[in-house]
Design a protein. Structure first.
Length: 120
């Protein structure tokens, strides 16, 4: 998610290229795996399509993924919008269920609602 926050909208192949140069990533997942992971993540939205030429000269359209910029404004917001399935054990302990939407999230300080409900 940090890659999309820093670089903006990207196709699955572009995300794979960014991951190759990103520190701490030893094994870069395939573009298909990246696409599947981003499609399931509520922090990511599809913002369009990009025309891509394949190796045999055929043109195809790939989805452009980006973070939900209406909700996520900076790097600190990534933790507050993270789904429980990818939280660390420490984050899970501090997460509570939002009374408005029912999602389990880490709440912003002095707020009963999750960041998604506050900003939408």
């Amino acid at each position: 998610m940090e890659i999309l926050l820093e670089h903006g909208p990207a196709t699955r192949e572009e995300v794979a290229e960014y991951l190759q140069t990103y520190k701490g990533v030893k094994n870069v997942p395939s573009p298909n795996s990246i696409s599947a992971l981003m499609s399931k993540n509520p922090q990511v939205v599809i913002v369009g399509k990009q025309k891509v030429e394949m190796t045999i000269g055929i043109n195809t359209h790939h989805m452009l993924f980006d973070i939900d910029r209406q909700v996520i404004k900076d790097k600190g917001d990534l933790i507050l919008t993270r789904p429980i399935s990818v939280m660390t054990p420490k984050e899970r302990k501090t997460a509570t269920q939002c009374p408005s939407c029912g999602r389990t999230r880490i709440m912003p300080e002095q707020s009963d609602e999750c960041l998604s409900c506050i900003r939408q």
